[in-house]
Design a protein. Structure first.
Length: 170
């Protein structure tokens, strides 16, 4: 990913939330999401130069159609020895076409090469489609749960984990 991809990645992320999370996240939260604000946050992140965080894009025909982001696991403000998949999205028109599997495979391959012992991720507890996606890629819930706050409403998340020493990414 380059800074030039920030607008498209923001569009993919925001449209992804607005498409995948109705009924799971308050509609008011989804409606308030802004592609412009999200893109600006991404540009600021790039300007910070944090090389520990890896952004990947998937392209088809020269168009960005998916995005994934990983780096050190965040335990509050502390970074641990494990990796965390911070985000993975396919443009809504490309969901189910293998874009997510390819991005996840590349993220896990890079994390294995970088020596991370495990990859962790958080997923909405009631997002059964995403949970199946991760389980097919060898991730399993590890028992940790916490709420994500959306407009004053607690949206439960569960943590998934996968050892980086083996297994496939789908």
């Amino acid at each position: 990913m380059t800074v030039a991809d920030c607008d498209r990645v923001a569009e993919i992320r925001v449209r992804g939330w607005q498409t995948a999370y109705p009924g799971l996240v308050p509609r008011s939260y989804l409606d308030a999401m802004s592609v412009t604000e999200d893109a600006e946050r991404r540009r600021r992140h790039f300007a910070s130069g944090d090389s520990r965080i890896v952004h990947l894009v998937a392209e088809r025909g020269g168009e960005v159609i998916g995005w994934a982001c990983h780096g050190p696991y965040r335990d509050g403000e502390v970074r641990t020895a494990d990796a965390e998949l911070y985000a993975i999205y396919a443009h809504p028109e490309h969901v189910g076409t293998g874009v997510g599997r390819a991005l996840l495979r590349e993220s896990t391959t890079r994390c294995t090469a970088d020596g991370y012992p495990r990859m962790l991720l958080w997923v909405l507890k009631k997002n059964t489609g995403a949970r199946r996606f991760y389980e097919r890629a060898g991730f399993r819930p590890d028992g940790a749960e916490e709420p994500f706050e959306a407009n004053g409403y607690a949206v439960p998340e569960v943590r998934y984990a996968r050892a980086m020493s083996g297994g496939g990414a789908g």
